[in-house]
Design a protein around this ligand. Structure first.
Ligand SMILES: Nc1ncnc2c1ncn2[C@@H]1O[C@H](COP(=O)(O)OP(=O)(O)OP(=O)(O)O)[C@@H](O)[C@H]1O
Ligand SMILES: [Mg+2]
Length: 313
């Protein structure tokens, strides 16, 4: 049984003063997320990420299509207990303290009174807000509010969590902590579906990603597969600051940083380069195939989408 099956969900908003002009935010989307996956939903501003999440949460109604979560129809009220949601810009009543907020959400999501206190302490600890649990949210920084939002999303121990831009507004340490938290959730067997702009986070975290652009799915796959286009090039790193003359003759571009040198060469030159390093008694540290980054894949996909849209116009 898949964690999430999106079966042609589609959304057209009616816009303009009289709400007569249709605006298609999401073309029929088909996507399956397996249980235990960390799945990244990527796309530029206005791509339709939040719309998709809101549709899945039942916050907006689809123009057509449906979805299943943990094998049940997504509108089934019982399924709500199994899912957690962090909205894009969570807004909370800011005269509540973090503890009061979580107590309120705990009641809403049906966490039994007996377990609530302990559960709240656990999640506060997990998101690093224990020390400020008695502080009103209006005094929280953006990053702290984001953590409070994450805490309410996982409070009732859901099996599937949906995070809309969970790293937004966080500094590098905060982002790292959220990444670690998502990894922990995966280790606990949970499914994490999140949207992001931050491709390096997606690359480090996700089992699979989908790329959406102007409401259309443009690519989906395992990060490893999407970034494995090697193009016959290898990255060679050796110790020292010296570049053998024979390597310069091969035309390899070498970059010295600290006490290592890095060169990107063609696979065909690999043996000649290793011989040159040996002759000079330089210590080879690594030889790795060059992979395209997720960012390169993403930019290329969007460029192609843009070109084909231009061609069709
Ligand atoms: N309530 C609404 N009424 C009309 N149009 C909307 C509404 N909500 C979203 N849209 C439009 O739908 C499209 C998709 O928006 P959405 O918020 O889903 O994008 P997104 O991928 O989450 O973008 P971002 O990265 O900026 O958060 C945009 O063109 C947006 O203007
Ligand atoms: Mg959004």
């Amino acid at each position: 049984m898949a964690a999430i099956e999106i079966l042609g969900l589609e959304k057209t908003y009616m816009v303009g003063f009289w709400r007569k002009r249709p605006k298609r935010a999401l073309h029929p989307l088909h996507l399956t997320v397996e249980q235990g996956e960390i799945f990244g939903f990527l796309g530029p501003n206005g791509a339709g990420k939040t719309t998709t999440l809101k549709l899945l949460m039942g916050l907006v109604f689809p123009t057509s299509g449906s979805a299943r979560i943990l094998g049940r129809d997504w509108t089934d009220p019982d399924i709500k207990a199994q899912i957690g949601f962090l909205p894009e810009q969570p807004y909370f009543y800011d005269y509540l303290t973090a503890h009061e907020l979580l107590d309120y959400y705990g009641q809403l999501s049906g966490v039994p009174a007996k377990q609530r206190k302990q559960r709240i302490e656990e999640v506060l600890q997990r998101v690093g807000l224990t020390d400020v649990k008695g502080v009103q949210l209006r005094k929280f920084s953006k990053g702290m509010l984001q953590r409070a939002g994450i805490a309410q999303a996982i409070l009732h121990d859901p099996k599937v969590v949906f995070f809309d831009e969970p790293m937004s507004g966080l500094d590098p340490m905060g982002r790292r902590e959220v990444r670690d938290l998502m990894e922990q959730l995966k280790q606990e067997g949970k499914t994490v579906f999140f949207s992001t702009h931050i491709l390096s986070d997606a690359e480090a975290l996700c089992d699979r990603v989908a790329i959406i652009y102007k409401g259309e799915l443009k690519g989906v796959g395992a990060v490893e597969d999407l970034t494995s286009t090697v193009q016959g090039r290898v990255d060679v790193v050796w110790q020292g600051t010296q570049v053998p003359a024979s390597m310069k003759a091969l035309g390899a571009e070498c970059h010295v940083s600290g006490d290592t040198v890095r060169a990107v060469i063609s696979e065909a030159q690999q043996d000649a380069v290793i011989d040159a390093l040996r002759r000079e008694r330089l210590r080879l540290i690594s030889i790795t195939p060059v992979r395209t980054s997720l960012e390169e894949y993403f930019v290329e996909k969007l460029r192609r989408a843009e070109t084909s849209a231009g061609g069709a116009a």
